[in-house]
Design a binder for this molecule. Sequence first.
Ligand SMILES: [Zn+2]
Length: 479
Amino acid sequence: MGKYEIVIGMELHTQLKTKTKLFCGCSTEFGAAPNSQTCPVCLGLPGVLPVMNKKAFELSLKAAVALNCKIDLETTWDRKNYYYPDQPKNFQISQNYHCLGVDGFVEIEVDGAIKRIGIDNIHLEEDAGKLMHPEGSNVDFSKVDLNRTGQPLAEIVTKPDMRSIEDAKAYMETMRLFLLHLDLSDCKMQEGSLRFEPSVSLRPFGQEKYGNRVEVKNVNSVKFVVLALEYEIARQTQILDSGGTVAQETVLYDEFRNETRPMRRKEESHDYRYFPEPDLVPATVTEDQIIEVRSAMPELPLAKKHRFIEQYELPAYDAEVLADDPGIAAWFESCAKLHSDAKAVSNLIMNDVMKELNSRKISIEEFPVGVEAAADLLRRVEAGEVSKNKGKEVFAEMAASGKNPGDIIEQKGMRQIGDSDAVRKMVEDAIAQNPQAAEQYKSGKGKAKGALVGSVMKVSKGKADPQLVNQLIDEIVLG
Ligand SMILES: [Zn+2]
């Protein structure tokens, strides 16, 4: 541990899953030709009036309730003024004086311990356009794509409650899953629909007053947030160690050089001159609406993970993998209702189902094997009808052909030989053919048993019940 305590806060912007923009009817679809999804409202032409997207408001309300925020029943809109080519009307409609939700929290898990991260506020705002700066020595222009202008963003701002890079990583992953589980955003970081901007300061352990905070902008992935934080922590440590003072500023992260550098003064606008948006009425929420949203809230991944550990006695690792994907979690629970060995269900999902999903690049909702057929197979394996290994083959065949496990086992002659007379005969033959191995096993060489088991499995084409084979070898050889 270093000399200084690390203090991290995080701003998150996520594009909400709506078909149209926040204040006009333009499509939010990603990947269209530049500037094809624009209209007089999002281009900011004179005389136009914005109309709030109800769906975007409902989604952000859902997030605010799930983040345990106090909800402002009358949310107002403000203009954040700035002059920049990515926003033709020279202001962004946001919420400054009355944010939708304040003073909430979210729970993260780090090294098995639950930690609460305070949410300062969540508010709704419109996105700006995307500037592109073509490379080349003769290039003296930039391009702008205004398709993104006016897309609905929820901004979630934490309190400075994270104390390590591990906390920050856990927070980012928790929020990604949170947004996915609540169906608020598609969270495609490569398309910009989820962005994190950390701020970090250091203070000597035991000191109450926070150190000067540095905000990091222009970090495009979780990996770069981590690298930028590592860089900033090292840089600030060096300044403090040499008796200097860290400047409170905003820096840009340069992913090519892996360093941060201060924003130029003109890029940094401390004074956005917020004032109330005169063209929009306040958005109101009723207590009944909040109760309704709360009662329809799905279980969040962390709570689900701990319920799985408790209810199904799963190892923490299994519970986390299953709980992270809402579809897989639901598949697991329906299958575990039909087959009570939950660990066997979990193994099937983690080893076999996920392998199929990954290789076919499909979601569990598109997977052809239903929970009834899967439970049927697990029952047959448990009853010893097929070995565990053969069970894997049967499952792969079920996924490929959609046939039920009973038919596959029959057609492929995979039924395990559990008839003890037949297996005893094979074991006796194996011992007769390998007297040396039997002798060695008898004299205490455990390894020699493998040759006998192998011989029986070969003769039975892998269908003899291995447990029965082992038991009979012991009985006959050891007496
Ligand atoms: Zn528009």
